[in-house]
Write a protein that binds this ligand. Structure first.
Ligand SMILES: *Cc1c(COP(=O)(O)O)cnc(C)c1O
Length: 376
C-alpha cells in the first residue's frame, strides 16, 4: 500500500526557532497571564492581518464564547448556520443561547441572507447572528451586515477557518462586530491550541480582556469572567509559525490548482468563490453528484490509503441533544452534508499526491458499474 495521505498535516516551525523563544520565556520565568509573547503575538497578528484589535485566547471555542458573552448575547436568540463544525453551536449552547438555524446558499454553502431576513420577520427577538466563513470562503458580508443593522442584531463571524482569506483587499477577520479565529493545530496558522477575537468597539476593548481573565483586576471584580488565557509557550509557537504563513498560503494555492487540473472533467461541484475573494484554500471540498457516489468515492480513497473527511456532517440542526423546537429542517445544508468530501489539503502535497487522489476519484466515479450523468 502506498503511504497514507491524511486530510491535513500539522505545520511545524524549525525546532530551533521555537526553542530560542522558549529559552527567553524560561529566563523571564513568566509563562502565562498576559506575558510578553502573548502581547507580541497580538501585536504582530493585528499587523499581519491588517485588523483593528486582536485578543488571543486558549482556543477558538473560547474565542466564540468570549465574543458571545461580551456582545451581551448570552441567553438570547441567535441565528446560526447548520453547516459548520459543532463548536460553533456548542459555544452558543454553553451560554444558554437559543439557536435559530438558518439554511445556507446552495452555491457558497454559507448562511443565506435571504432566509435570514425571513427569520428576522418571524422572530424579531433574534439578538445576534453567527454565520461561518465555511472552508475560509466568504459569507455575503455586505447583505448580512445590512440586515443586522436593519434589525438591530449583533453580527459575530465564526472565521475559525478563514485565516489568510482576504475579501476586497481586507482580511475576512475584519468584518462583523466581532470575528473569531481558531489557532488549532489543524488550521493554517496555529498555536497548538488557541484562538482570537477580532473586535472594533471601545466596550469590547474593556470587556474582552476582563472576561478572558476571571473578570477581575487585583481585588476589584468587574464582570463575569472565565479562564481563556493563552500561555507563553503557545504564543511562542504562534510567533514561530507566523513568518512561514505566506509561503504556506502560496503552496496551498498551487495544490488547489493541481487538484483543479487533475480532477477536471469529473462531475464534482465546488463551492462558489465570491467575486473579490482571495481564498486561503484551507480545505478542498467537493460535492459528489449524490450520496451513493460520495460513499463510493470515500470507500475507494480509504482503501488506497487516502483519508478524506466529511466536513461538515452531520448538519447541526439534527444533533440528538437539541430541544425538539430547535430542529427546523435545512434541506440545502442537509443535501450538501450528504454529498461533501474534503480531499487532503496542505502545503506539503505534491503533484504526485494530487494525481493519486484524482485517479482514485476517477475510478470511483467511472470505474464502477454505476452510471451517472442525469444530475449533470
Ligand atoms: C476549528 C473550528 C472551531 C473550534 O476551534 P477550536 O480552536 O478547536 O476550539 C470553531 N468553529 C469552526 C468553524 C472551526 O473550524
Amino acid at each position: 500500500m502506498q503511504h497514507p495521505i491524511y486530510v491535513t498535516k500539522t505545520r511545524l516551525p524549525e525546532p530551533e526557532t521555537f526553542s530560542r523563544l522558549c529559552k527567553d520565556i524560561f529566563q523571564r520565568a513568566w509563562i502565562t497571564n498576559n506575558g510578553q509573547c502573548v502581547q507580541e503575538l497580538e501585536r504582530t497578528l493585528a499587523e499581519y492581518l491588517g485588523v483593528s484589535h486582536v485578543l488571543v485566547c486558549n482556543n477558538g471555542t473560547m474565542a466564540l464564547m468570549l465574543a458571545i458573552q461580551c456582545a451581551g448575547l448570552a441567553g438570547k436568540k441567535v441565528a446560526v448556520t447548520p453547516y459548520t463544525y459543532v463548536a460553533t453551536l456548542s459555544a452558543l449552547l454553553w451560554l444558554h443561547c437559543t439557536p435559530v438555524f438558518v439554511d445556507i446558499e446552495p452555491d457558497t454553502l454559507c448562511l443565506s441572507p435571504e432566509l435570514l431576513r425571513g427569520r428576522f420577520e418571524e422572530e424579531p427577538d433574534i439578538a445576534g447572528v453567527l454565520p461561518v466563513h465555511i472552508y475560509g470562503l466568504a459569507c455575503d458580508v455586505e447583505n448580512l451586515d445590512a440586515l443586522c443593522r436593519e434589525y438591530g442584531a449583533v453580527l459575530i463571524y465564526d472565521a475559525a477557518q478563514a485565516f489568510g482569506s482576504r475579501y476586497h483587499g481586507k482580511s475576512l477577520l475584519e468584518y462583523g462586530d466581532y470575528s473569531i479565529c481558531s489557532f488549532h493545530a489543524t488550521k493554517i496558522f496555529h498555536t497548538v491550541e488557541g484562538g482570537c477575537v477580532v473586535y472594533h468597539s471601545a466596550d469590547a476593548h474593556k470587556a474582552l480582556p476582563l472576561a478572558r481573565a476571571f473578570g477581575h483586576i487585583n481585588d476589584t471584580h468587574y464582570s463575569l469572567g472565565i479562564n481563556g488565557k493563552m500561555s507563553e509557550l503557545h504564543a511562542a509557537m504562534g510567533l514561530s509559525l507566523l513568518p512561514g504563513t505566506d509561503a504556506e498560503l502560496a503552496r496551498r494555492r498551487e495544490v488547489r490548482a493541481m487538484y483543479d487540473a487533475a480532477l477536471e472533467g469529473l462531475p464534482l461541484q465546488r463551492p462558489a468563490l465570491r467575486e473579490g475573494l482571495d481564498w486561503n484554500s484551507a480545505y478542498y471540498p467537493v460535492l459528489l453528484p449524490d450520496e451513493e457516489c460520495r460513499v463510493l468515492a470515500e470507500q475507494t480513497l480509504k482503501e488506497h490509503g487516502i483519508h478524506p473527511r466529511r466536513y461538515f456532517y452531520p448538519t447541526l440542526n439534527t444533533l440528538p441533544y437539541l430541544k425538539e423546537e430547535w430542529r427546523v429542517s435545512c434541506p440545502v445544508a442537509e443535501d450538501a452534508a450528504r454529498r461533501v468530501l474534503c480531499l487532503p489539503m496542505y502545503g506539503g502535497l505534491n503533484s504526485k499526491d494530487t494525481q493519486r487522489v484524482a485517479s482514485y476519484m476517477n475510478s470511483a466515479l467511472y470505474g464502477s458499474a454505476k452510471l451517472f450523468s442525469s444530475n449533470f
